[in-house]
Design a protein around this ligand. Structure first.
Ligand code: UDP
Length: 322
C-alpha cells in the first residue's frame, strides 16, 4: 500500500515510516517541522519508496493532492506535550481540531481509509484502572488549558466516528498511552526523555507534584506495529482502541529506575505543579489501559520492558550527543 503519514517526521510518525518501508510499503509524509527534527527521517532520504513533503495539515489543497494518491492515511500530525499545550493553547486547538477536519474531509473525498491517533488524555481525571474504551471521561474546567488537548482530541474522535457513521469513511481511532522511545524529545514535557537527559548530565531529576502519580510506558516500536495491523484489519473500522502497556510505575520510581540504569549521580527534586506548568494545574494521578479489545482483535501485546526502553533511549541520546 501507499501510506500518507501526517506528522511523519515526528517521533511516532518516523518510526511508523520505518516500519511500513521495512514491510515493503510506500510512504509519503507530510510535516510542518513544528516540533519534529528532520534528522528523524534523514536515513530515509535516498529510499525510492519514501517521499517527504514539508507543509501543514491545515493546507487543504496540499492534503487534497496527497490524499488522492495514497491508499491509507495515518493522521499523526498534532500539537502534543503538556508543556506545549499549556504554553500555546490556541495553536494546539487549531492544529488538533482543524487539522483532523481537513484530513477526514479529504479521506471522504477520495474514499480512503484513515487512522486517527487520539490519546489517553481522553479519560481525564478518571483514576479507575484499567481504563476501558467505553469508560467515562472526567475533565476539569475548559478554562484550564490542560484540558484543551483532551477536548480537541475528543472532537477528533467524534469527527472520525461520524464521518464513518454518516458518510462511510473507513476510520479507525487509537488512544495512545505514554508512547516512548528513541527520537522523542523532552523539550515539550515528556517525562522519560527528560529524566534520562537529566540523569546523563547528573543534573537534578525534576519530579512534578508528589511523584506518587503513575503511568504505563510503551515502546514506540510496539505501537507502530499495532497501528499497521489495525489498518490491515477490516473489523477495526468504526472502532476505538487503547494501545499501551499495563506495567504501572510511579514517577518517583521512574526517576529512581533511570538513576540506577544510567548510574547517575543526580538527586531527585520535587517541584510543585504550579511552578512546573501553571497556577491550578491538574495532573492525572493514574493512567492504566485495558488492552483486551486490541489484544482480542490483533493479538496486541507489548514486547519491550521499561528497562529495555530506557536502555534504548540512553543509547540513542549518547550516540547523538543530545
Ligand atoms: N513529569 C515530571 N517531570 C517532568 C515532566 C513530567 O514529573 O519533567 C510528570 C508529569 O507531571 C506527569 C508524568 O510525569 O505526572 C507524565 O508526564 P508526561 O508529560 O510525559 O505525560 P502525560 O502522561 O502527563 O501526558
Amino acid at each position: 500500500m501507499k501510506a500518507l503519514i501526517t506528522g511523519g517526521v515526528g517521533f511516532i510518525g518516523s518510526h511508523l515510516a520505518d516500519e511500513l518501508l521495512k514491510s515493503g510499503h510506500k510512504v509519503a509524509v507530510l510535516d510542518n517541522l513544528s516540533t519534529s527534527r528532520l534528522e528523524n527521517v534523514a536515513h530515509l532520504e535516498k529510499n525510492q519508496d519514501f517521499e517527504l513533503v514539508i507543509g501543514t495539515v491545515l493546507n487543504e489543497t496540499l492534503v487534497d493532492k496527497l490524499a488522492e494518491r495514497c491508499d491509507v492515511i495515518f493522521h499523526l500530525a498534532a500539537a502534543v506535550g503538556v508543556e506545549l499545550i499549556v504554553k500555546r493553547p490556541l495553536e494546539s486547538l487549531t492544529t488538533n481540531i482543524k487539522g483532523s477536519e481537513v484530513v477526514l474531509e479529504m479521506a471522504h473525498r477520495y474514499h480512503k481509509k484513515v487512522l486517527i491517533t487520539s490519546t489517553s488524555e481522553i479519560y481525564g481525571k478518571n483514576t479507575n484502572g484499567p481504563l476501558k474504551e467505553g469508560d467515562d471521561r472526567i475533565l476539569g474546567s475548559p478554562l484550564k488549558t490542560r484540558w484543551s488537548y483532551s477536548t480537541a482530541k475528543a472532537v477528533d474522535e467524534m469527527l472520525a466516528y461520524v464521518y464513518w457513521k454518516e458518510k462511510g469513511v473507513p476510520s479507525v481511532i487509537v488512544r495512545l498511552f505514554n508512547t516512548v522511545g528513541p527520537r522523542q524529545t523532552g523539550y515539550y514535557g515528556m517525562v522519560v526523555p527528560r529524566f534520562i537527559g537529566q540523569a546523563l548530565k547528573n543534573e537534578p531529576i525534576t519530579v512534578y507534584g508528589t511523584g506518587k502519580q503513575s503511568r504505563c510506558f510503551t515502546h514506540v516500536k510496539d505501537v507502530v506495529k499495532a497501528l499497521i495491523k489495525l489498518v490491515e484489519e477490516p473489523k477495526a473500522v468504526g472502532e476505538v482502541f487503547n494501545i499501551g502497556n499495563q506495567d504501572e510505575i510511579t514517577i518517583d520510581d521512574l526517576a529512581k529506575k533511570i538513576i540506577k540504569i544510567t548510574k547517575s549521580r543526580s538527586a531527585i527534586k520535587h517541584i510543585p505543579y504550579e511552578q512546573a506548568y501553571e497556577e491550578g494545574f491538574e495532573d492525572m494521578q493514574r493512567r492504566v489501559p485495558d488492552t483486551s479489545k486490541i489484544n482480542k482483535l490483533i493479538g496486541f501485546k507489548p514486547h519491550h520492558s521499561l528497562e529495555g526502553i530506557i536502555e534504548d533511549i540512553v543509547g540513542y541520546i549518547s550516540n547523538k550527543n543530545l
